[in-house]
Write a new protein. Structure first.
Length: 294
């Protein structure tokens, strides 16, 4: 009887120990599983933190490149990049737990979405700018061609004006001078002796010119003797910065046809030697000749 009771107690103890052993095993298994789960979670959150940081760095690099292009959206791009930089700073300080990582991921995706939208706007601006640049270059090219054409026209007009000016100049030719002695009867006898000369007769021809302007035309005749004296009236005329001392002036009515001009220059005590005769159209020498008296 007593043995039976002892066996029963032993069985009860063994049962209790078995239950405790099973409970311990279950607890140990649960603790081990929880530890593994926590370790896995820590590894996962650490990996997530590194991934998000890498994504944020790539996002910042994209903004840096876009800002470097100096577009009209530079201020907006800088503001968005600043948001990325601030998020990166916060992420570095964080413990990297699951809750915070979820928040950082959400913020990153929002920033990424904003970046993609801005990049699309920039592409549109680039295309518009390329179109405007092409149009501007075309306009500049057309204006350049027009400028060249106008310069050619101006050059042609200047050349034409010069040609007309040259063509309109009157040609003076056949300049001749002879000395004459005056008789009491009024008759003039040509002479080559200085002591007998009373007058110098000067003549020249103005050629026909259909282009030249018709009307009164004045020429200044200068006669210089062998001692370099200007004979006649010795008047002085100023043309711009130049002055001309002349013997006499003659005005003729020019009508685009050949015209002979003859005028006498009276004098006395003419010098022996060579004389020089110059015809001026204002201050421009248009004809010259010489003669001698002995």
């Amino acid at each position: 009887m007593e043995n039976q009771k002892s066996n029963s107690n032993l069985k009860a103890v063994i049962a209790i120990l078995a239950v405790l052993l099973v409970g311990s095993l279950v607890y140990i298994f649960k603790m081990t599983s929880d530890a593994k789960a926590i370790q896995t979670e820590l590894v996962t959150t650490k990996s997530d933190k590194a991934t998000v940081m890498k994504d944020l760095e790539a996002l910042k690099a994209t903004y840096d490149a876009a800002i470097a292009e100096n577009t009209s959206m530079s201020d907006e791009l800088i503001a968005e990049r600043e948001k990325v930089v601030n998020l990166m700073a916060d992420l570095k300080k964080s413990k990297g737990d699951a809750a915070s990582m979820s928040k950082y991921k959400s913020q990153y995706f929002a920033l990424e979405t904003k970046m993609k939208g801005m990049m699309q706007e920039i592409e549109v601006l680039k295309k518009d700018n390329a179109t405007l640049t092409t149009q501007r270059d075309s306009t500049v090219m057309v204006l350049g061609e027009s400028k060249k054409y106008n310069e050619v026209l101006v050059g042609q007009n200047e050349e034409l004006s010069k040609t007309v000016e040259i063509a309109s100049k009157l040609n003076v030719s056949n300049l001749k001078t002879a000395a004459y002695k005056l008789r009491s009867s009024g008759k003039q006898i040509e002479t080559e002796k200085a002591r007998r000369a009373d007058v110098l007769k000067i003549s020249f021809t103005i050629a026909e010119n259909k282009v030249a302007k018709s009307g009164d035309k004045t020429y200044y005749i200068q006669v210089i003797d062998s001692k370099n004296n200007v004979l006649g009236e010795k008047k002085t005329e100023t043309f711009g910065s130049e002055t001309l001392t002349y013997s006499f002036a003659t005005t003729v009515k020019y009508e685009n046809k050949p015209i002979e001009v003859t005028q006498d220059l009276p004098g006395s005590n003419f010098e022996k030697g060579t004389y020089f005769v110059n015809v001026f159209d204002k201050n421009e020498l248009v004809s010259k000749s010489s003669f001698s008296l002995r």
